[in-house]
Design a protein around this ligand. Sequence first.
Ligand SMILES: [Zn+2]
Ligand SMILES: [Zn+2]
Length: 195
Amino acid sequence: METFVVRRKLDLGFEQRAEPKLANSRDVKIRVRATGICGSDVHYWQHGGIGKFILEQPMVLGHESAGEVVEVGKDVEDLKIGDCVAMEPGVQCRHCHYCKTGFYNLCSEMKFAATPPVDGTLAKYYILPSDFCYKLPPSMSLEEGALMEPLSVAVHVVKQVGWQGSLTDKGQRAYRRLYSCFWCWTCWSTMLCCG
Ligand SMILES: [Zn+2]
Ligand SMILES: [Zn+2]
């Protein structure tokens, strides 16, 4: 299948990869239809890494995606072939303290799409556990579905900042700036969505 990879710093291109197979009975296979380009994708392209995550081999980019379910494992009950889904790109271990206490975003075993050495979603097909797929309502496009990942990041950050009714005027201005900054970032990501 066709994939879009970063081979090393400033070296992008299309490569053929083997089509992925369901790894277990609760997985689904998704025909990826829309993907946003994140700042991290740009970093891997321009700098060959981000902090401790360094490219050591070609990696498929992309993690803000939506697509159509084309195959389901035998134990998947909540999705069927033809469903359109937003894709959650980080799959955790499900067993560590953080996973068991509901903070799976902190799991040190997280496998996050397009973070070395894990391949990303800018590929024809991608495999995910069914509970990492969010069925889109008919009114929502696949491009809007791809926006759900960066949108959730923005919503989480705004929630972390928290609204304090007692903020000073200056504090409220800073809060509004931060809020609009994240919304702009989210919209920018949407505009770069590609099929
Ligand atoms: Zn991102
Ligand atoms: Zn874990």
